[in-house]
Write a protein that binds this ligand. Structure first.
Ligand code: HEC
Length: 383
């Protein structure tokens, strides 16, 4: 992951290898999903009479995109240009979901666009060992034979799990369970109601694991798994059993909690870029291990600093090129003392036609840093 982030600095796109040569994308999904996006986002140059130096038309229909030798079809060139980021040119950017839909269609669901495009973070992603700690058992929170139809485009579904354990214990590790990857866009795990975030997955994300301990889970604790489906490929009869696996043990040497510094007063008028800050003062000593910044679709930059009582500033994390699809926990180990201030700033650029304010919907905005802290009592800090 770190390599990917560093590679993002290099502006020349690397050629992308695909294993999907020769797949025959679905005609029904072309009409329903792909054609409208191609028309809107590629048609200005690749129209019936190509303009501005574009070598060919992409709007002559399904047969035209698929005719010719495998590897030399227009659809093959299209997929390659989308995966390496060389297309589209000009003003008409694709939203991540449009990109996922086109790539999904052209690759029969076998490829996903890169998630980290443009993301810069000054911290490493928090990585887990390959296998769960001994003595813990897997508890699956999965969709069960969830039918993901042809109309599942940008489709969020929430699955609630009540009472996932019979006795008090500790979650030591959280890992993704991926089933029908062709229609899966991303997965999040929160406690009931959407907070705090405990885990987020997108293609390429690994597990997280709490060192020598975990977060407490009680019988009766409920969790929400939200799965974002996108059947851009138009896979008929897609059925999914994805979700997350919690590795739960009876004891923990170190008990962690999840603190959630947040702010809710953002108002971002259409067409404007704005940043909002909040500061809170720690009322106890605690340690931060890792944190997951969280904004929604028009988030762009994120910064979290620790201002010591003597006025000196230590940075916890700084991000730019935020995208809703690339949410990770980052390593940010630091000891906080009572009296220190946590100063968090979220920056947005509103490229929609409407004013955006705080709220729960994906089209509303948020500003959170979900922090893994110890002792667990520190989870009440900065609420
Ligand atoms: C603003 C104009 C413009 C837009 C919009 C545009 N293209 Fe292009 N496209 C070009 C030009 C110019 C070239 C030829 C030069 C080049 O390859 O960079 C090209 C080349 C291509 C090629 C051929 C690459 C090759 O190696 O043969 C493909 C495939 C392609 N575009 C796909 C797309 C797709 C898919 C979209 C929409 C998502 C799109 N383009 C949007 C201007 C555009």
């Amino acid at each position: 992951m770190l390599l990917l982030l560093l590679a993002a600095c290099d502006t020349t796109p690397e050629p992308v290898e695909t294993e999907v040569e020769g797949c025959v994308p679905f005609e029904s999904a072309y009409t329903a999903n792909a054609a409208p996006i191609i028309q809107a986002k590629c048609g200005s140059c690749h129209g019936s009479s190509p303009e501005f130096g574009a070598p060919h038309s992409l709007v002559e229909g399904y047969e035209d995109l698929l005719s010719g030798e495998v590897g030399e079809r227009k659809v093959d060139a299209m997929l390659a240009s989308l995966l390496d980021g060389s297309m589209p040119q000009g003003e008409g950017e694709l939203s991540h979901n449009e990109l996922d839909t086109l790539v999904g269609w052209a690759s029969c669901g076998l490829e996903h666009p890169p998630e980290d495009e443009g993301l810069f973070a000054n911290r490493d992603i928090w990585e887990a060992p390959d296998s769960p700690p001994e003595g813990s058992v897997g508890v699956d929170l999965l969709a069960v034979d969830e039918s993901v139809g042809l109309d599942a485009i940008d489709d969020y579904r929430t699955f609630r799990f009540k009472s996932v354990v019979e006795e008090s214990g500790y979650i030591h590790r959280i890992e993704p369970v991926i089933d029908e990857s062709r229609v899966l866009h991303h997965i999040t795990l929160t406690r009931k109601g959407g907070f705090p975030y405990l885990y987020a997955w997108a293609p390429g994300t690994g597990a997280i694991q709490f060192p020598d301990g975990g977060i407490a889970v009680e019988p009766g604790d409920a969790f929400d798994v939200e799965i974002h489906y996108n059947n851009g490929a138009g896979i008929p009869d897609a059925v999914d059993n994805s979700g997350v696996r919690l590795w739960v043990g009876e004891s923990a040497d170190i008990v962690y909690g999840m603190a959630s510094p947040n702010l809710w007063n953002m108002v971002i008028p259409a067409g404007e870029g704005k940043a909002f800050s909040t500061t809170c003062t720690a009322t106890q000593d605690f340690e931060i291990l890792a944190g997951m910044p969280h904004m929604h679709e028009i988030g762009s930059t994120f910064k979290h600093d620790l201002v010591r009582a003597d006025g000196s500033v230590e940075n916890l994390i700084e991000l730019s090129g935020w995208s809703f699809e690339s949410q990770y926990f980052y390593e940010m180990p630091i000891q906080v003392q009572a009296g220190d201030k946590l100063e968090m700033t979220c920056g947005y650029f509103n490229d929609t036609d409407e004013t955006v304010t705080a709220g729960l919907a994906t089209s509303d905005e948020m500003c959170f840093d979900f922090l893994v802290v110890t002792p667990a009592s520190a989870e009440s800090q900065c609420q």
